[in-house]
Design a protein around this ligand. Structure first.
Ligand SMILES: [Fe+2]
Ligand SMILES: [Fe+2]
Length: 418
């Protein structure tokens, strides 16, 4: 069973955060109740800065908060979002295991879900029957859209308390998503892309320098911490390398979060840098985390954007779909322009935060055949992103020559314009 020990390891790695993390979700002992673990997560998260709320990011441009502090806030909310995704994956796995012992009960989403191949959260997960999964998901989509509680009741039957406390645990993340879901409109996303293509950022550097820049900005925010963005980048890459994956795959591990540099260039806060992503311009899926918060989005009631397909068409392909702007999209465009990464690698970067799709199988009706292949790649990558933090922290100096060589192999221009 894959376990969450990141809090424990992070407590060790973060002297300053040790008190916050030492009672956090530790190694998942199958004998422990899930609800207790989740409650523990809630306690940890409640101690984390209250400043991750929307008001803080609104003040970002007011210069009231020094840049170093901003970096810390970004790191915190991104960690929380990642932890929630780990938690979701584990809940899903446990629910699936429990469901294996239950009999189907007719035409319900529960029974449809029960027929899905169960994902095991291991590094080698590549679902061989995605077509079957998509087919079942298409059938359940209408039911799910009409009554999301059906799915919730399915989980409730397994462990009601776990889900109620999961909600409690997510207060900070919820605040973050309330702001993000209210502000990621079609208009904002078009403008963000115009800005990206037209504004001069004057940030020419190598990929490694970009990693160091991101690392420095975040590290300086918390002088006591040892774990940083470059650690996550290297841990992800090293886990991929350890498993003998191709060199391009390893490079994806290294650079997949590099787009967080966006936070220091042209973002409006945290909400347009980190967090799960989703399409804009069509109906927001109930499978997106905290779906009710989309009611505050101006597009929610716009008849152009609130139908199933919205501005898109059936199976148009995700490359035609505008995903909410953030570090995934930003880095995807950079990598597409400057790197020799294969399409699978670019997809891993672009979709790694698109949890509603690669974990919840939402928006399958927008996928084309190409996306089916990309989904396999993104799923393969996701396990490394989620779980590599449990491993030993890397020796940056020792690994640097290997990764400099790897970067040179796939970024022939060396100095690129971020
Ligand atoms: Fe990311
Ligand atoms: Fe990541």
């Amino acid at each position: 069973m894959v376990v969450i020990s990141s809090f424990k390891s992070r407590a060790k790695q973060h002297p300053q955060r040790g008190t916050n993390m030492k009672n956090g979700i530790s190694l998942v002992d199958p004998s422990d109740s899930l609800s207790a673990q989740v409650l523990s997560l809630a306690c940890d998260m409640s101690r984390i800065s209250k400043a991750t709320s929307s008001s803080v990011s609104n003040q970002k441009r007011s210069k009231l908060i020094p840049e170093k502090r901003e970096g810390q806030l970004l790191e915190q909310i991104d960690d929380e979002v990642l932890h929630v995704n780990v938690l979701r994956n584990n809940l899903k796995t446990q629910a699936a295991k429990a469901a294996e012992t239950r009999e189907p009960t007719g035409e319900s989403v529960a029974s449809l879900q029960q027929q899905l191949p169960q994902q095991q959260p291991t590094q080698s997960t590549i679902t061989p029957t995605i077509e079957e999964e998509m087919s079942l998901q298409e059938k359940s989509e209408q039911l799910a859209d009409e009554n999301w509680h059906i799915a919730t009741e399915y989980y409730k039957n397994i462990d009601t308390k776990a889900f109620r406390q999961y909600e409690l645990a997510c207060d900070r993340v919820k605040s973050f998503y309330e702001e993000q879901h209210a502000k990621q409109t079609v208009a904002y996303n078009i403008q963000a892309r115009i800005n990206f293509k037209t504004k001069t950022r004057d940030q020419k550097m190598t990929v490694w320098q970009a990693l160091e820049k991101l690392n420095k900005l975040l590290d300086e925010s918390d002088p006591d911490t040892e774990l940083s963005q470059i650690s996550h980048a290297l841990q992800t890459a090293e886990a991929i390398r350890r498993d003998g994956r191709p060199r391009w795959f390893q490079l994806v591990g290294l650079i997949h979060d590099l787009g967080k540099l966006l936070y220091f260039y042209d973002s409006h806060g945290q909400w347009d840098v980190v967090g799960d992503t989703f399409p804009v311009g069509c109906k927001f899926s109930k499978r997106i985390i905290f779906p009710d918060s989309f009611k505050a989005n101006p597009d929610f009631l716009n008849p152009l954007y609130n139908t199933k397909y919205g501005i898109y068409s059936k199976h148009c392909g995700l490359d035609k779909v505008m995903l909410s702007w953030g570090h995934d999209e930003y880095m995807f465009h950079i990598a597409k322009k400057y790197s020799k990464l294969p399409k699978e690698g670019l997809a891993m970067i672009r979709y790694h935060s698109f949890y509603p799709w690669h974990q919840e199988m939402a928006y399958t009706y927008l996928m084309n055949d190409h996306d089916k292949e990309m989904l396999k790649a993104v799923k393969a990558f996701n396990q490394y992103d989620l779980y590599s933090k449990i491993e030993q922290e890397c020796d940056v100096d020792k690994l640097k020559p290997y990764y400099l060589d790897l970067i040179d192999e796939f970024f022939p221009d060396k100095v690129i314009d971020f």
